[in-house]
Write a protein of this length. Structure first.
Length: 646
């Protein structure tokens, strides 16, 4: 195994580093592709080897620039990384439209290929067809232009969300209900007012705990208007260009093009699946929505609806009053440092790995923690945890590759990018951390493949979220939490409290699904219909799928970042959740620390990366195809709280 990637230890070296890395790796990719076209490489195994070399170069270049465009503290470096992203995208487009390369693959006898090599050949030929390599030159030129422009638009859309941090200025008394540490971190300014931003560490606790309904609504409105109006035009152009690309390639719509290589198969299948899960959840969603509305009427007797400005606040009240779960009492057990250590300990135990801290290694920011990942006495990869907010940084939570893994060649390196408090965490943030860490574990454990195409999180996109959604279950287990969730006195969180938390979690499961169905339907219908009035479609679909009302004068779509990366496929979160609930049924819910089952899951699914179809990976683990039953049972078990009707 070769060395890990060496990062600069001087802040002034990063600009040169990002250029050098991208240019050197792209040069290696070009060299491999040129060798494929020189007429001497007609042996199938040699074609596979050279293609894999090119994949490695593109993967190394693309990973570094994609990460640094989102996390580097210097705007100059982020901008350079974005420019280099465009270059990587252009060269990948050229590769996939290169008829000489296509002819090389077609003209090579695949008879000697087996296993993943044969799987690669099938995937490459499919990619060539989907890129338009067989079209006339005029069409291929237009496809090049579309690809290049869409890369720029995706960047603009994401940058607008990342850079648009809004704030509201409030009186100190409008922070009533917030925890003491939150108020201490938000002192009044010279005018006696407090600034509260739309960044997650500000926004999530405020809408959960602030008693002032007007202040909650003001901040929620600001949050739902991020990147508007600038992203309206960006999104409209993205939708039209994606549709044009799909039509040029012979598809009816962008969702049909995009879904072809996913488990769902067709664009129509997306709509049918979203309707199925929405229908399954609606009875439970309406029931629990009405509980929230009834509780709101105790404060506002004339209230007829409830929306995002009030849902988190009243859900918290229901958890406190009906389930005896007070989030402000719960959060005192979740000190950030303790949670991070506990997460590493639990996942290390489950998956048979050891995380070795590397404080000696340079990173792009002082907040970033680095760990080498070892198993069986051998280094398997490296992870970077960038978990706190800062100006210019990616605003959501996600796992990024730094380097794809290739067995006996280079270890996988991955990065977790989140925006958590430095002090105590909400339990919802703990769940998010477990979720995102699931992607990181998948990247590292699946990073020992012989072909870059199938390394790490390389399954169909419908399945990508399932391992992360599965790992969330460990953040709700009493034995797991007992091992690291402790208060200031060192007392672990009581099992009885965790039991109440679990009951409170199951309340609202239905409306969680209907809200996600709204998001999924929006992503699908935006791409299918390409409406001129995007906000009107938001209102229409929220009324049709969600059980909560539209927040007046907001434009959620402008900051719906998944429209850039996931395009029409936001449904994949729900599809993955159905699978995750089925996967969880194979574990012993009474002993989630059972290492035997975890090891079998690791070997059957995580460690295999994308070397087989996701449906086959799941079948191999479960012993049967995945089913809808566990998901339906999860919805049905959600308890109804005691009525709050007065």
């Amino acid at each position: 195994m070769t060395d890990f990637l060496t990062l600069p230890d001087d802040r002034g070296e990063w600009l040169a580093f990002v250029h050098e890395q991208a240019e050197r790796q792209l040069a290696a990719a070009r060299q491999a592709l040129d060798a494929l076209k020189d007429g001497r490489h007609r042996d199938a195994s040699e074609v596979v080897r050279l293609w894999n070399e090119a994949d490695l170069g593109f993967g190394n270049a693309g990973s570094v620039v994609s990460l640094l465009a989102e996390v580097h503290p210097d705007e100059e470096v982020r901008t350079a990384a974005e420019d280099l992203q465009q270059q990587v995208s252009r060269e990948l487009t050229e590769r996939d439209l290169d008829r000489e390369l296509y002819d090389t693959w077609v003209g090579t006898d695949p008879g000697g290929l087996t296993g993943v090599a044969l799987r690669l050949r099938e995937r490459v030929l499919r990619d060539f067809r989907r890129s338009g390599v067989d079209r006339d030159e005029q069409t291929r030129q237009r496809l090049r232009e579309l690809s290049e422009r869409l890369t720029v638009l995706d960047q603009q859309f994401a940058r607008a969300i990342r850079d648009d941090v809004r704030s509201v200025r409030l009186r100190a008394d409008q922070l009533d209900g917030l925890p003491d540490d939150y108020r201490a971190a938000h002192p009044p300014d010279a005018d006696g007012l407090v600034a509260v931003t739309t960044d997650y560490p500000d926004y999530v606790p405020f809408r959960t705990f602030a008693r002032d309904a007007g202040a909650r609504r003001e901040l929620t409105t600001a949050f739902l208007n991020r990147a508007w109006p600038q992203n309206d035009d960006v999104l409209r152009e993205m939708l039209y260009l994606r549709n044009e690309k799909a039509k040029l390639l012979g598809y009816q719509s962008w969702p049909d093009y995009d879904a072809e290589i996913k488990m769902v198969g067709t664009g129509k299948g997306i709509g049918e699946f979203v309707d199925r899960v929405s229908s399954a959840a609606r009875e439970y969603a309406l029931r629990d929505r009405d509980v929230l509305l009834q509780r709101r009427r105790q404060d506002e007797p004339d209230a007829q609806t409830i929306d995002a400005a009030d849902t988190a606040y009243y859900a918290e009240l229901i958890r406190r009053e009906n389930f005896d779960v007070d989030a402000q009492q719960v959060r005192r057990y979740f000190d950030f440092a303790g949670v991070r250590a506990g997460l590493l300990n639990i996942t290390g135990r489950l998956f048979g790995v050891e995380y070795q801290p590397r404080p000696d290694l340079p990173t792009w920011h002082e907040d970033v923690a680095v760990y080498d990942v070892a198993a069986d006495g051998e280094l398997r990869g490296r992870i970077y945890l960038d978990l706190h907010p800062r100006e210019g940084k990616f605003k959501h939570a996600a796992q990024f590759d730094l380097r794809p893994g290739l067995v006996d060649r280079q270890p996988p390196e991955g990065v977790l990018v989140c925006n958590f408090s430095r002090g105590v965490m909400e339990h919802s943030d703990v769940v998010t951390l477990f979720h995102e860490f699931g992607h990181l574990v998948h990247h590292v454990l699946g990073g020992r493949q012989r072909l870059v195409r199938f390394t790490g999180v390389a399954t169909e996109w419908d399945f990508v979220e399932a391992p992360s959604q599965l790992l969330e279950e460990w953040a709700w287990d009493a034995d797991v939490l007992h091992s690291f969730a402790k208060d200031d006195a060192g007392e672990p969180i009581p099992a009885e409290l965790v039991g109440r938390m679990r009951a409170a979690r199951d309340f609202g499961a239905g409306y969680l699904i209907t809200t996600q169905s709204f998001y999924a339907a929006l992503a699908y219908r935006l791409h299918r219909d390409r409406p001129e009035d995007t906000t009107a479609l938001v209102r229409e679909l929220q009324a049709a799928y969600d059980v909560f009302s539209y927040v007046p004068d907001t434009h959620f779509h402008a900051s719906f970042g998944h429209l850039a990366g996931y395009t029409s496929a936001y449904y994949t979160y729900l599809w993955s959740l159905v699978i995750a609930k089925d996967l969880f049924s194979a574990f012993d819910a009474g002993n989630l620390l059972d290492e035997t089952i975890a090891a079998r899951y690791r070997d059957a699914i995580l460690a295999r990366g994308g070397s087989a179809d996701a449906a086959d990976l799941v079948r191999d683990f479960l012993g049967r195809p995945f089913a809808f039953d566990a998901f339906q049972a999860w919805l049905a078990r959600a308890p109804r709280p005691i009525s709050t009707e007065t």
